[in-house]
Design a protein around this ligand. Sequence first.
Ligand code: 5GP
Length: 375
Amino acid sequence: MTQIKDSTELDFCDVLFMPKRTTLNSRSEADVIKEYKFKYYPHTLKTCGIMAANMATTGTFEINNVLQKYQAITCLHKHYDFQKEENIQYIAKNFKKKESDKNSYTFISTGLKDDKKKLFKVLGNKDFKIDKLCIDIANGYIPKLLEFVKEVRAKFPYLLIMVGNVVTGDMTQDLILSGADIVKVGIGPGSVCTTRKLTGVGRPQLSAILECADAAHGVGGLVCADGGCTCAGDVAKAFGAGADFVMLGGMFAGTDEAAGDLIEKVVQTNQIVGVDDKTKEVTFLQKREKYKQFYGMSSQLAQEKHFGGMACYRASEGKVVEVAYKGSVENVIMEILGGVRSTMSYIGARRLKDIPKCTTFYRVNRQLNEVFGKS
Ligand code: 5GP
């Protein structure tokens, strides 16, 4: 019989942090770098826990080059061909043989349909030890995924494995017990995702994180909140709900380092610059605006660009948007880290790992005052 789950399901926009007495006098005292330990991966990793999504637009070498300076992670998209010399060179530099545990903030990515032989060859390469893998499929509930995670774990016991996506505690635990160190949480929250529209499936992201983080931590695993963050405050809320990592696509899109051409448009503002005396015709100020294209990895465009067209049994579960140009991704990561530090000083969290302990959320029905328009 059809069941209805009557619990309150929340998104980032449904809550705000309650400020608390704090021992911090300034946000500069908040430490956003944490030393992570993992269930299977034998090394520790000092990072701020923020990740660039393995999308063709944001999982780029260029974004990786900048984010690693801030000890933030990049999941490279899976369309880099690691048989190509230039890509091998880059990877070899990033995954130095001995220091890979200390200085690599880079994951490579795979799906289930990708060439397994090729992947295992890259992972088994003796000259550079790739030690971080993101296994990414839209529906993390299919049995093949568990089998694949078990297979990869058995073959590469030292690998840091992140896998997803799911939104419930049971599947989070199954994936961790099958060999995942980190489970990616999120079905449908992404900025260019249309899964919820097409399939009606999904779960509000804050509730998904709360449940999956609790389930993962109970069996020694970690979670990465994937999708739905629109601003630094959302990233802080994801950490507040218990996420160990937060993955961002749209927030890193539109930057110099994101893939895609810059699009320039002339747009008319509503600022009047002149009125013709005779005709009374009004001239408005025109300004140039810059954008970059950003597209979902299940969008028709992605299917055409990277897979040679859309398979007949599937429909597009992603869209194409133009994101306002933001300059360097450095501006974005600095703003996020600044925002998270500020949250920490409001709630009394000195270290990143203290955020959930210091978090009390208010449920709200309005969080912003945008009556005078967005800036
Ligand atoms: P954002 O940070 O832009 O809100 O979300 C990024 C996440 O959206 C990605 O990490 C990925 O999980 C998800 N995503 C990317 N492309 C697509 C797509 O085409 N369809 C769906 N359903 N999700 C997508």
